[in-house]
Design a protein around this ligand. Structure first.
Ligand code: AMP
Ligand code: MN
Ligand code: MN
Ligand code: MN
Length: 276
């Protein structure tokens, strides 16, 4: 089955409306999709309806921004109840502060000779409260400072480069609790992206499991084929299930929906126990 359990819409930093993401996924052959916007559940109703119309299976999801030992990590919640009060209250807190952060990012870019960053990034949002580094990356590409968003994240917006403003996101144990209390399964997103040592990754996976996390993304648009093998082995070692997700943000902005290889057969898929 073609499963894609990680993607974004205009409810956060994706380029397509929730319904368009679903139609695009169906056209690409995806049979089970989860929409997982950053810290935001507002795209789920439209996406679920579209999934019903086009006849693909759909899971309500979210990708929560977490600060763990000073590193930003992402926790994907799958099968959450979007009306759960605890989850909604938690996410509302995580969402706050993005606009102030964007002003500071724009000030740094101004010092690097790039003007209009705040207005430019805001103009590219559908949901201004969710302004993110992705919108700045698109602005930098739009005004010709970089060839594309990938290049924007090489020269700007990352630690040590202009436009990077650290932020205090949720605590790991809180994010896990919100997902679990809302009836969902917690998945550690793209673990290969955090630049952690083997020892730090071991601690993260230990804390993640102890807090009720049940799976890690093994096949994701952020991993190389070597990392599929590495994180597949770590999932088995830690007794965690495995997930597969493109982390699609828009056409030609990285992996396309449903386009990645299947999980290794030795892994237990996070969706194994789901009913249609
Ligand atoms: P923020 O939540 O504002 O810090 O923005 C994080 C978003 O920026 C991620 O969800 C990705 O969409 C994007 N992003 C971060 N790092 C990279 C990267 N190296 N390449 C491409 N996109 C990135
Ligand atoms: Mn994103
Ligand atoms: Mn992420
Ligand atoms: Mn994502």
């Amino acid at each position: 089955m073609n499963v894609d359990l990680h993607c974004h819409s205009t409810a956060s930093d994706g380029a397509l409306r929730p319904g368009e993401v679903v139609r695009c996924a169906a056209a690409q052959g995806v049979e089970l999709l989860a929409l997982t916007d950053h810290d935001q559940l507002s795209g789920l109703d439209e996406a679920r309806e579209a999934a019903h119309e086009v006849g693909i299976a759909f899971a309500d999801g979210v990708e929560i921004s977490v600060s763990w030992r000073g590193v930003t990590v992402h926790v994907v919640g799958l099968g959450v109840d979007p009306r759960h009060p605890g989850l909604n209250a938690g996410l509302e807190r995580v969402r706050s502060g993005r606009i102030e952060r964007a002003r500071e990012m724009a000030r740094q870019l101004e010092h690097a000779g790039i003007s209009g960053g705040f207005e430019g990034a805001m103009a590219l949002t559908d949901n201004p409260a969710m302004v993110s580094r992705t919108h700045f990356a698109r602005y930098l590409a739009q005004c010709g400072r970089v060839a594309g968003t990938k290049e924007a994240f090489r020269h700007y917006l990352v630690p040590g480069k202009p436009g990077y403003v650290p932020h205090r996101w949720a605590q790991l144990e809180d994010a896990l609790r919100w997902v679990i209390d809302a009836g969902g399964q917690a998945v550690l997103a793209h673990p290969g992206r955090y630049g952690l040592s083997a020892a730090a990754m071991d601690s993260l996976l230990g804390e993640f499991s102890a807090g009720g996390g049940c799976a890690i993304e093994v096949v994701t648009g952020s991993h190389s084929p070597d990392q599929y093998a590495l994180f597949g082995a770590l999932a088995m070692e830690h007794g965690l299930a495995a997930s597969r997700g493109s982390d699609f943000h828009g056409p030609q902005e990285g992996a396309e929906l449903g386009s990645l290889p299947e999980l290794d057969r030795r892994l237990s898929p996070v969706w194994a126990g789901w009913s249609a």
